[in-house]
Design a protein around this ligand. Structure first.
Ligand code: HEC
Ligand code: HEC
Ligand code: HEC
Length: 263
């Protein structure tokens, strides 16, 4: 009898693990939307429609859309967002889109203040974490015999991802929630779309962290040694001239002068 109860307990613990929700999905499920959030979502949806229409009129679209990034198709964000997604900030969009090749959307946009997340490499195809390795970084150390080698990890399936209790805190595309989102986005009525958009964005930040969060040795948003970076790679990331340059420009209006980068 005791034995059977044990087995049943074990089975339900296992099935519980299989269907465990990511922290992000838990936060969505715990969200009670306010009137203000719904009103805001309605406005944003209207703005999005304008954007879609303009995208279609914009010929040729090459410079806008760029290369379709296959590795981004594993997240739910690209059900609605362009791939790559950043279009609005002329100054940073190219850099932010470049980062989507090796950093998950949620690392920058899902940053709950009351939880400690651990940033690890994830294979976006199966959602499992990978042990940190120098090879996962794009820049590989130069040696005397071998000149600086830059790994062309374009569209990499390995991305730095927030983990919570051993599970990636992301919205996976094969989840029921993501599949329902796709149905709503493609065929739902407007009220459903507004609500779904508001729920998905409620736990998110509008912007990512400052460049310095990851590129300044004193901030350590990411634990680079845990991610497998060697000293050479960590120094490259901490002494990144472009990130340092951005840190000097706080206000949106100031202009980037390439000449100053060269001084
Ligand atoms: C159901 C569709 C949908 C999904 C899924 C979705 N978004 Fe959005 N998102 C929108 C729309 C619509 C807007 C507003 C208009 C625009 O920027 O295109 C928006 C805006 C944003 C903004 C700008 C700030 C804001 O709140 O307006 C950010 C940042 C963002 N989304 C990030 C994400 C991330 C990260 C994911 C995935 C975890 C995601 N979105 C998933 C539809 C979606
Ligand atoms: C390295 C950090 C970083 C990553 C990774 C990242 N973002 Fe962003 N995102 C930002 C920042 C910073 C902004 C603020 C505007 C800007 O600088 O472009 C932003 C703004 C946005 C916006 C609103 C502005 C716009 O250009 O439309 C959307 C939508 C968005 N991100 C979606 C996404 C999605 C979807 C992903 C994953 C495919 C993603 N982001 C990955 C940092 C990031
Ligand atoms: C969430 C952390 C994070 C944020 C925020 C971030 N970066 Fe990075 N960035 C990285 C990491 C990690 C790498 C190294 C990737 C690798 O080597 O594989 C990197 C690499 C780079 C590179 C070098 C790319 C290459 O191939 O050599 C540039 C340039 C850069 N970042 C600029 C910026 C700028 C500018 C900002 C702010 C607008 C920014 N980064 C914000 C994490 C971040």
């Amino acid at each position: 009898m005791v034995y059977r109860i044990f087995i049943i307990g074990l089975l339900s613990a296992m099935s519980c693990h299989v269907t465990a929700e990511s922290l992000y999905l838990q936060e969505i499920n715990n969200t009670v939307l306010s009137e203000r959030q719904l009103a805001e979502s309605k406005e944003k949806l209207a703005a999005h429609k304008d954007l879609e229409v303009r995208e279609k009129l914009d010929m040729p679209p090459f410079h806008k859309r760029g290369q379709l990034n296959a590795s981004l198709e594993y997240n739910t964000c690209t059900t609605c967002h362009l791939s790559p997604p950043h279009t609005k900030s002329e100054r940073t969009r190219t850099f932010m889109n470049m980062h989507t090749q090796f950093i998950a959307c949620e690392s920058c946009h899902f940053r709950p203040k009351d939880k400690v997340l651990s940033y690890q490499w994830e294979d976006v195809r199966d959602g499992l974490s990978l042990k940190g390795k120098a090879k996962l970084f794009r820049q590989v150390q130069s040696t005397e015999e071998k000149p600086l080698e830059r790994v062309k990890a374009l569209h990499s399936y390995y991305k730095i991802t927030p983990f919570y209790k051993g599970e990636a805190a992301v919205l996976r595309k094969n989840s029921q929630f993501a599949q329902a989102t796709k149905r709503i986005w493609e065929g739902g009525v407007e009220a459903e779309k507004i609500e779904r958009r508001a729920l998905i964005h409620a736990p998110l930040e509008e912007k990512g962290p400052e460049c310095s969060a990851c590129h300044d040795k004193d901030e350590q948003f990411l634990d680079l040694s845990k991610l497998g970076a060697n000293t050479y790679q960590a120094n490259k990331i901490y002494n990144n001239i472009i990130a340092q340059f951005f840190a000097r420009y706080k206000d949106e209006e100031s202009r980037l002068r390439i000449m100053r980068l060269l001084k």
